[in-house]
Each structure stands twice: as structure tokens, then as C-alpha cells.
Design a protein around this ligand. Structure first.
Ligand code: COA
Length: 357
């Protein structure tokens, strides 16, 4: 039976459908039962992160690319990034997960679901979430998603859906990215941007998520990478489908600034909030100039836009949770602080949410 329920969150009525047992309910004429349920939504209760050991500075890149520290720093804000060498993304993901579990004071056995945002890892299958699960000792369902740099916000939205559906309470989200393994290291316009990292968060039932929105518009070719296919007797060209990450930097820049600014303004308007209601804007750490352009459009102070891109580069979906972990562990967040997260990436996917700490 489908049940129609509404809740009011910051004066915006939100509607959900629930499947619940028939007993004790009187269906109305249209086959639905009207039910008002007061329920709570999630809260982030712990964060974690892990970085590869190897620091690669812009000067290191200039050893084999026609580039300079001055060019990269001026155009992107990046001075250095961490790149996987002997270490691997699974170990980083596990370290970040354990860090977040410790920070949330939850045991692995208390986790009901794992969501892992990941573009590339050592295996096509099993998914990275399944590998992490076996290493941290949980036995819950686990799921990989690939929405590129927007992964953390998509994962938060999925986590909320699982909580609202009554499927899970405590959910471990891990964003584990090794973009260094998919870029073309001869393409100076793209390889200079990225760094490898893993970051994680544990979410539990709470009353802190105010609104979350995701989207995808068809700009499939502005950031794209091909995967390797085996030849088959029926598709002898299968093997030729691999190509490293290709990016139209200028188009990405324009899309990112325009779309992110619009999404931020829209979510604030829908929640009846002003710019000043937000304590921190956590933007996808793609490029400092993109963040600066968005900040200028919004007209808010620099101190409200924390950044870690100078030291870590663009870590894809791990960027925002890593920043969140930096703020959390650095004692910069206090209860009630209001965070606006905004991410964008290949697809072109976007995700925006407002969540209280
Ligand atoms: N070092 C030195 N010169 C470089 C260079 C590098 N690393 N990369 C490109 N150039 C050169 C180009 O070859 C070009 O030279 P030309 O004028 O002789 O042809 C010149 O710099 C300008 O190139 P252009 O691509 O127009 O630079 P830009 O100002 O647009 O900056 C990016 C390039 C990639 C930094 C910028 O477009 C950008 O940040 N885009 C967004 C990328 C992004 O964030 N992607 C991830 C999104 S999730």
C-alpha cells in the first residue's frame, strides 16, 4: 500500500511516499491513506580522511611538463597535491573510514549501510565499498556510486533516502579517488589539477539536514574518460575504447561558475534563507578561481569559503568531505553552524545541500 505523508521543514512542505503495512489504516477513496508523520533527518556525526604520502609540487611537475609553479598557482590556486605511488586507494579508503568511525564513536558493527563514491580503483568488480566492508569488519549492504566530483552530495542524498525509507540508520559514506591513474600526464592543461585522497563521514538519524538537491544536465563531453573493454567475438574493436581523462577546461570553468552560483541561490531561496544565514560554504575544490568567481557572485566574505586546494589539488568527490574533516578536526565547527555544500563534476552533475552541524 502506498501512503502519502508530508512534513514541514523550514516552511517548505516536502512530500514522500511510503510503503507500510495495511493494518490499522483506512484507505481513502483514491486508494491512498493520508498520514502526517513527524520524522527527523540525518546528522553528520563523524568525519575522517587520508592522503597518500607522496607530495608532488608544481616544481616537480615542471621537471617533465612545459609548465611552472607561477602558471599553475595563478590559474588554479594549487601549489602541491598528493599522488599515490606504492600506497593504494583501498588502504586510503579504509583509513579514512576508520578515522570517521572513531570520530563518530561508532563501531563497525553499528553501521547499517556503506556508500562509496569512486570513479576508478584497482578492480572493476567487486565494488570498492565491498572491499572496504570486508577490511573494516562490517556485514551490511554496500553500494558504489560514480557521480564524479559530486559524489559526496549524492551519497548524502542516498543516505537520507535510506533513513527515510527505514532501511538504515547509521551510514558510512566514503569518497575515494585516484584521479592520478586516469589523467594523461602529458596533458599540462589537466594533469596539473588533480590529487588523490579518501575522505569519509558517518551519518546518523538527526534533525540537521535542511535541504538536499541533485541534478545532471547533459554535457557529457566536457570531462570524459574511456574505460578498457575486452574484445569479444562480436565486437572486435572493444579494446580500443580506453582513453585518459580529456577535459575542455574553459567550458568546465564556465559551467561550474554559472551552474553552482545558480544552485546556491536557488537552494537558499527555496529554504527562505539569506547568504548571511550560512556559516560556511563548502564548494567542490576544483580550482580556486572557480570558487572565487562563485564567491564574488554571492558577495560573501572569503572567510566563509574554506579551501584546501592549495595543498591537495582537485580530489574529485573526496574534496568536500576532506574539507569538512579539516574543519571538524581543526575545531572550526560548532553546534548549529550552518553549512552549504555545493559540488559539480563530470556529467555534468551537481549537488547542493544545506546541513547544520
Ligand atoms: N602550464 C603552462 N601553460 C599552460 C598550462 C600549464 N599547465 N596549461 C595550459 N597552458 C597554456 C595553454 O596551452 C594556452 O597556451 P596558448 O595560449 O599558447 O595556446 C594557455 O595556457 C591558455 O590556455 P587555457 O586553456 O585557455 O587556460 P585557462 O586560463 O583556461 O586555464 C585551466 C586552464 C584548466 C586552469 C582552466 O580552464 C580551468 O581551471 N578550468 C576548469 C577545470 C576544472 O576545474 N576541472 C575539474 C572540474 S570538476
Amino acid at each position: 500500500m502506498q501512503v502519502f505523508a508530508t512534513k514541514s521543514r523550514h516552511s517548505q512542505p516536502i512530500t514522500h511516499f511510503y510503503h507500510i503495512p495495511k493494518q490499522g489504516l483506512t484507505p481513502c477513496g483514491c486508494g491512498f491513506v493520508l498520514l502526517h508523520i513527524k520524522y527527523t533527518t540525518m546528522k553528520i556525526i563523524g568525519t575522517g580522511s587520508s592522503h597518500p604520502e607522496r607530495k608532488v609540487t608544481n616544481h616537480d611537475l615542471a621537471q617533465f611538463l612545459d609548465t611552472s609553479d607561477e602558471w599553475i598557482a595563478t590559474r588554479t590556486g594549487i601549489r602541491e597535491r598528493r599522488i599515490l605511488t606504492k600506497d593504494n586507494i583501498t588502504d586510503l579508503a579504509v583509513e579514512a573510514a576508520i578515522d570517521a568511525l572513531n570520530n563518530s564513536q561508532k563501531e563497525p558493527g553499528q553501521i547499517d549501510y556503506i556508500i562509496c563514491s569512486n570513479i576508478i580503483n584497482d578492480y572493476l568488480t567487486p565494488g570498492l565499498s565491498a572491499i572496504i566492508q570486508s577490511k573494516i569488519g562490517t556485514h551490511c549492504p554496500c553500494l558504489d556510486i560514480n557521480t564524479a566530483c559530486t559524489g559526496f552530495v549524492y551519497a548524502l542524498q542516498l543516505a537520507e533516502s535510506l533513513q527515510v525509507a527505514g532501511m538504515a540508520k547509521n551510514i558510512l559514506i566514503i569518497c575515494a579517488e585516484e584521479v592520478s591513474k586516469m589523467v594523461d600526464w602529458t596533458d599540462r592543461a589537466s594533469c596539473i589539477l588533480f590529487g588523490d585522497a579518501a575522505a569519509a563521514a558517518v551519518v546518523a538519524p538527526g534533525d540537521n539536514l535542511i535541504k538536499i538537491k541533485t541534478d545532471c544536465i547533459d554535457c557529457g563531453d566536457v570531462i570524459i574518460s574511456g574505460s578498457r573493454h575486452e574484445k569479444t567475438p562480436f565486437d572486435t574493436e572493444g579494446n580500443d575504447k580506453y582513453f585518459p581523462l580529456a577535459m575542455n577546461g574553459r567550458e568546465v570553468y564556465k559551467h561550474a561558475v554559472t551552474i553552482a552560483t545558480y544552485k546556491i541561490e536557488s537552494i537558499l531561496k527555496e529554504c527562505g534563507m539569506a547568504h548571511s544565514d550560512i556559516t560556511y560554504y563548502l564548494l567542490h575544490q576544483a580550482n580556486l578561481r572557480i570558487s572565487e568567481a562563485i564567491r564574488t557572485h554571492i558577495g560573501e566574505d572569503e572567510s566563509k569559503f574554506p579551501s584546501n586546494i592549495e595543498s591537495f589539488g582537485n580530489m574529485s568527490s573526496a574534496g568536500i568531505p576532506c574539507l569538512l574533516d579539516d574543519l571538524n578536526k581543526g575545531g572550526k565547527l560548532k553546534e548549529g553552524d550552518r553549512l552549504l555544500l555545493c559540488a559539480f563534476g563530470a556529467g555534468f552533475t551537481t549537488g547542493t545541500c544545506i546541513i547544520d552541524w
